[in-house]
Design a protein. Sequence first.
Length: 44
Amino acid sequence: MIDNFALGLSHGLMVLAAILLLRRRDLDRERSPRDRKQRGDPGA
């Protein structure tokens, strides 16, 4: 028999991770190479 606590815990942690990822403010922001050159980032 599958332990219901283990299933609940693992699924609960996955839901928590999804909620925390979806709440990030930078989720929909992508920096273009042009933005990096304007700011002088060394990663450009």
